[in-house]
Design a protein around this ligand. Structure first.
Ligand SMILES: Nc1ncnc2c1ncn2[C@@H]1O[C@H](COP(=O)(O)OP(=O)(O)OP(=O)(O)O)[C@@H](O)[C@H]1O
Ligand SMILES: [Mg+2]
Length: 352
């Protein structure tokens, strides 16, 4: 049985001249939180990667470790109580967990930027958006106040904020939720990072605005040829923008696949459950499917496959042996690039 070492598999970087290999690669990452009640194992051996110009969507129910993995990449984990007992976070092949603070600082915040769900709490309410955007240029690039203001207006135009020139002095609360999220995107773009991590960037917005903000993000990502890690629990959001998906459950990747293949033929019962829970127009009036039970308590993850208590396919082996993430193949054994499943019964799930 070969364990998938890296989940790159799917499309090589599109633009020419890129160094080969992934931009960011997370290898066997473990994160635990030492609490009064015990050790919560939030991330239990995550492997994923993203290349320049590529979008990786990370999907999973609440508490599956999506944000904690991102926080580990950005270096913003609460430590303590958080701890990284094992793993590597490679940026262009260099492990950020072992490099010097100086080297790390050059990458985080500059080469990697993050967009959070809640713009209102990420922006300072008593400073104008122009000031906050401009600060990026003044502090990091040493631009004058006037130059920084001009750059801020340029960026606000770029993220399609109407009347940018007139609004550059406005405060965060004077913008709508969607516009604030555009400002967050502008801040993330300011230093032209190689990678953006967007953690539920549209969850707080209503559905039409969600789609607009997501389209904007996808458009800019293509234009700048950035890597994008898009964290969400909304399968509907990712179909149009992602190249590949990693599905997380209880701190592990349980399935990886190019986006359209995952929708067509899931190879893990958990993914199938998530797909079956999406409301569909042609099933109006019918009761919506829900995966039974709840995600596990991370202080006491079930033995074997963590999903086994909720899984319709679970058998004895699922209660005793943790399934490794293995390559998924066609029935005749031919390769399915980029596909992997951590299920003892992946064959039945995808081909059955
Ligand atoms: N500072 C902390 N101290 C203790 N436990 C924490 C801390 N931060 C996160 N956790 C735990 O780690 C687990 C994973 O959390 P994480 O935020 O990564 O989930 P998520 O997949 O992003 O979920 P959601 O979809 O709700 O955002 C959770 O059970 C959470 O309680
Ligand atoms: Mg989260």
């Amino acid at each position: 049985m070969t364990i998938i070492e890296e989940t790159a598999g799917v499309p090589a970087p599109r633009a020419g001249g890129e160094a080969s290999g992934p931009l960011l690669e997370v290898r066997d990452l473990h994160v635990e939180f030492h609490t009064r009640d015990g050790v919560a194992k939030a991330v239990n051996g995550v492997n994923y990667s993203v290349a320049s110009g590529e979008t990786l969507a990370v999907l999973g129910e609440s508490g599956s470790g999506k944000s904690v993995t991102a926080q580990a990449i950005m270096g913003i984990l609460d430590m303590p109580p958080g701890k990284i007992p094992h793993g590597q976070i490679l940026f262009r092949g260099q492990d950020m967990l072992t490099m010097s603070n100086d080297e790390r600082r050059k990458i985080r915040g500059r080469k990697i930027a993050m967009i959070f769900q809640d713009a209102l709490s990420s922006l300072n309410p008593v400073l104008s958006v122009g000031y906050q955007l401009g600060e990026m240029f003044r502090v990091h690039q040493g631009l004058s106040k006037k130059e920084a203001k001009a750059k801020s207006i340029e960026l606000m135009d770029k993220v399609k904020i109407p009347a940018a020139k007139a609004r550059v002095g406005d405060y965060p609360h004077q913008f709508s939720g969607g516009m604030r999220q555009r400002i967050m995107i502008a801040m993330a773009l300011a230093l032209e990072p190689d990678l953006i991590i967007a953690d539920e960037p549209t969850t707080a917005l209503d559905v039409t605005v969600q789609a607009q903000v997501m389209d904007l993000l996808a458009e800019l990502q293509r234009e700048y040829n950035m890597g994008l890690i898009l964290i969400t629990h909304d399968l509907g959001v990712v179909a149009d923008v992602a190249d590949k998906i990693a599905v997380m459950y209880a701190g592990r990747i349980v399935e990886t696949a190019p986006v359209h293949e995952l929708y067509k033929r899931p190879a893990h019962p958990y993914t199938r459950g998530l797909l079956d829970s999406i409301p569909r127009l042609d099933q109006k009036g019918q009761e919506l499917y829900a995966i039974k039970g709840l995600p596990p308590n991370l202080l006491k993850i079930p033995t074997g496959c963590a999903f086994n208590p909720r899984c319709p396919k679970a058998d004895d082996i699922c209660r005793t042996e943790i399934p490794a993430l293995v390559p998924v193949t066609e029935q005749d054994g031919s390769e399915l690039p980029g596909r992997g499943s951590a299920c003892h019964f992946w064959k039945e799930t995808i081909h059955g």
